[in-house]
Design a protein around this ligand. Structure first.
Ligand code: CA
Length: 431
């Protein structure tokens, strides 16, 4: 039988945060910024745990890292330290002998989620965005090149670009519609509010221990360098993108904002949900040696993904959010190990707290498109429950991503929410 917690809300079958999850985040409460672990509807304050001497069985470096205001130092310590803290917290929060004995002191270190303000979990030095979904790449490619949607490098190279770390915001932050250069066919370019605002459903990978400049990360060791996963919305201005992206790729169409969910789910929590990596079609090239995983049988992760939308009018009418699409992380052509190893394969140094995102995650079928751009092939706009229609996002729209594992007989591990509301563009400069 699955382990239970004495925190009652953690045993609710619908919670994102049972004791088998224990994701890390950073939260503000009563003027302090601390690292916490989500458990049901509560946050275990690790700074308070250290002060209460509940972590004394752990190495000094781990206890010190738990008292910091961001996760970077803890991320740098590596899998043994992560597992040690996870075992300790599992005992503290579990309904076994240790948990029952220490419950009074641990309860004093709990903060209700409703009283906490979630912050970015780490200082993100660098952010890289990939393009790892072949279904996304094919559908988007078809819009531009119907006869030849996938470029010749796609099945050899995990395609990516360097994103902007400074504009990453935590779930719940408003996102301002950007202004930029756009050009309609047969017209001169203009500067003004972007019109074709889109979301991109992605999963983020937080780097743990990095690699020194000039060194690589062998594929067999890739997961020793992965701290955990979160959800990412790589907001995109499609009209800006289509005018600016050649020849160097995405720039201002992407860098105005990227939203991440506040909780980082440890890779260890996802271990029971590992599945075989993407089944490459007959005739697809075998990955080059440095990208060949020793264990492709568990290269993927079975994680269901959902996109929800509410408009201003829907919220005013108290209509529930509309689910726009569903997908699964296992549909990626490249594994997260391959993305990380490829990134470091030229000697580029990754650092603790760096964020890698998968790129838009789409599935093969209608209803699994990870962004609105892909849905354009449906020819008609989406009709919302309010009767409004959408081709792209309007001001006031709120986009929310959710993710959870769903394997019969295993606990449900959720990711919490990655949400952001689009607000109107800054007024035009009229001088
Ligand atoms: Ca993207």
């Amino acid at each position: 039988m699955a382990l239970k917690s004495w925190v009652a809300s953690a045993n609710d079958p619908n919670t994102d945060f049972p004791i088998q999850n224990l994701p890390y985040g950073v939260f503000g409460h009563e003027g302090q910024t601390h690292i916490g672990i989500a458990i049901g509807g509560q946050i275990l304050d690790l700074h308070a745990c250290a002060s209460q001497r509940l972590l004394t069985a752990l190495p000094e470096a781990v206890v010190t890292a738990c008292s910091a205001e961001s996760l970077n130092v803890f991320m740098s310590l590596g899998p043994e330290s992560w597992s040690a803290l996870r075992r300790c917290v599992t005992e503290l929060l579990g309904d076994g002998a240790v948990g029952r004995h220490l419950r009074g002191r641990v309860e004093a270190s709990l903060v209700p989620m409703s009283e906490a303000a979630m912050q970015l979990p780490a200082q993100i030095g660098d952010y890289t965005d990939f393009y790892a979904s072949i279904y996304h790449a094919t559908r988007v490619g078809k819009l531009f090149r119907p006869d030849n949607p996938l470029l010749p490098n796609y099945k050899y190279v995990p395609i990516g670009y360097h994103g902007r770390a400074s504009s990453i915001v935590v779930s719940g932050s408003d996102v301002r519609r950007p202004s930029g250069q756009t050009k309609a066919a047969d017209k001169e370019p203009v500067f003004g509010p972007a019109r074709s605002l889109d979301y991109e459903l992605e999963v983020g990978v937080f780097v743990g221990p990095g690699n020194n400049l000039g060194e690589i990360i062998p594929i067999a060791q890739a997961e020793d360098h992965i701290f955990g996963l979160c959800l990412v919305n790589d907001w995109s201005a499609r009209d800006v993108q289509s005018w600016e992206y050649q020849p160097l790729g995405p720039f201002l169409a992407k860098s105005f904002a990227t939203t991440i969910s506040p909780w980082i789910v440890p890779l260890e929590a996802l271990r029971p949900y590992r599945v075989a990596a993407f089944d490459r079609a007959d005739g697809d090239p075998v990955p080059l040696g440095y990208l060949r995983s020793p264990d492709l049988n568990r290269g993927g992760i079975d994680l269901a993904l959902e996109v929800y939308l509410t408009s201003q009018q829907m919220r005013a009418s108290r209509l529930p959010a509309m689910r726009l699409s569903t997908g699964n992380l296992r549909d990626l052509y490249w594994t997260i190990d391959q993305l990380l190893t490829h990134h470091a394969s030229n000697g580029c140094n990754l650092r603790p707290g760096d964020l890698l995102a998968t790129g838009t995650i789409s599935g093969p079928d209608e209803g699994s498109e990870g962004c609105l751009l892909e849905m354009k092939h449906r020819a008609k706009p989406i009709t919302l429950p309010s009767g409004e229609t959408r081709t792209f996002l309007e001001d006031g729209d709120e986009v929310s991503f959710r993710a959870h594992t769903c394997v019969e007989g295993l606990p449900r591990i959720g990711f919490g929410e990655c949400a952001g509301r689009l607000v109107e563009a800054r007024p035009a400069n009229t001088d």
